[in-house]
Write a protein that binds this ligand. Sequence first.
Ligand SMILES: Nc1nc2c(c(=O)[nH]1)N[C@H]1C(S)=C(S)[C@@H](COP(=O)(O)O)O[C@H]1N2
Ligand SMILES: [Mo]
Length: 238
Amino acid sequence: MSLILPKRTLSRRHLLQISGLSGLGLFLGGCGTNLLSDNIRQISEPLNQSLEALLQTQKPIPEFSLDAIEPDKLLVNTFDFTPQIDPAQFYLTIDGEVSNAMRLSMADIQKLPLTSMVIRHVCVEGWAAIVQWGGIRLRDLVALVQPKSSVRYVYFKSADGYYESWDIASAVHPQTLMAYQKNGQPLSADNGAPIRLASPIKLGYKQSKWVTQITLTSNLLPTKGYWEDQGYEWFAGL
Ligand SMILES: Nc1nc2c(c(=O)[nH]1)N[C@H]1C(S)=C(S)[C@@H](COP(=O)(O)O)O[C@H]1N2
Ligand SMILES: [Mo]
């Protein structure tokens, strides 16, 4: 079964609005085996006002052209091991201080609007690479779960034990993606398959690979991130 969001569903209007899309139907799959369809039916509130105001102020940063991509320069940088995740068994959980916590399959995620961008990835270890990432805007996922007005931070949990936290403004920036493609190809396991963070506004270590859970919170915990808890800067803006 697939579900077309009803016309008057505010979340759909807001999704289209914040994505800068128009007239594109948003189809969400799921056969009642996950929570998606039920949650979609319950969505009736607009994004909270503080988040709406934030979205209005955000400007995209300039991107590179496709011929600027440097395929050999993106080094695999993994602190421990590469999890092998079966995309058919995979679910991304989005929860925390939200009205509609969700569990999305890759099929669900790939039905949402795809954004592609060519940006520079910068690692503190002294290398950088221009990369094309394709995926869904994190702001669209945030809109779907209906955050409470208390939300200030976003936590990301990864399948290798990595964890990260971001400020909400950076998380809902129009070029912060949950990416499942790299340089026009499906993401490889080494680069974070089935889904990872990608953004031109944060250093490489903020860009969690193998993300399994996204949690919206009002507080920053004493554990802020894998590298941050060993002394790296938390904001890590570019
Ligand atoms: N889950 C997880 N995410 C991670 C890392 C990691 O070790 N585990 N390394 C980070 C660092 S330091 C960088 S530079 C980028 C590297 O991404 P790449 O391996 O796809 O080039 O992933 C980031 N995300
Ligand atoms: Mo890095």
